[in-house]
Design a protein around this ligand. Structure first.
Ligand code: ZN
Length: 146
């Protein structure tokens, strides 16, 4: 099995998986994301406590890429400090936009590296970044005082 097949499998598994696709209890942030060009829609729910992402999930509907990307992202950011999640989102964006291609530099993204080839498919970029963009929007909201 070559690397591309492994990546395809990761994406397929995550797009079908429901383990991150539900509501969480007492979310501190609920943010909607929409990608009109494909019809992907999701709501990101996050519970932050003491600057740690204590729990996270999403609900919504969309294509396999958008759903897989959201599920992979949730796995990655859950339990992490908010600041680290912010850095991961930036790294993911840089990967999808082809700015960072070095495998070693991308290592912190773990399973999300499976989406690397999307950078060569412009039509799917918005699908892949939807959840990460929504995460960034969530963090922007938090920076604006009450
Ligand atoms: Zn899509």
């Amino acid at each position: 099995m070559n690397l591309n097949n492994i990546y395809t499998e990761i994406i397929t598994e995550h797009s079908r998986s429901k383990h991150n696709r539900h509501h969480i209890e007492n979310p501190t942030e609920v943010t909607n994301g929409i990608n009109p060009s494909c019809g992907d829609e999701l709501t990101l729910e996050i519970r932050v406590k003491d600057d740690i992402i204590e729990d996270a999930s999403f609900v919504g509907d969309g294509c396999a890429i958008s759903m897989a990307s959201a599920s992979i992202m949730i796995d990655l950011i859950k339990g992490k400090p908010v600041e680290e999640a912010r850095e991961l989102a930036k790294l993911f964006m840089d990967m999808i936009h082809g700015k960072v291609t070095d495998d070693e530099a991308l290592e912190p993204l773990e399973d999300a590296i499976a989406l690397k080839d999307i950078s060569h498919m412009p039509a799917r970029v918005k699908c892949a970044v939807l959840s990460w963009h929504t995460l960034e929007e969530t963090q922007k909201k938090q920076l604006i005082p009450g």
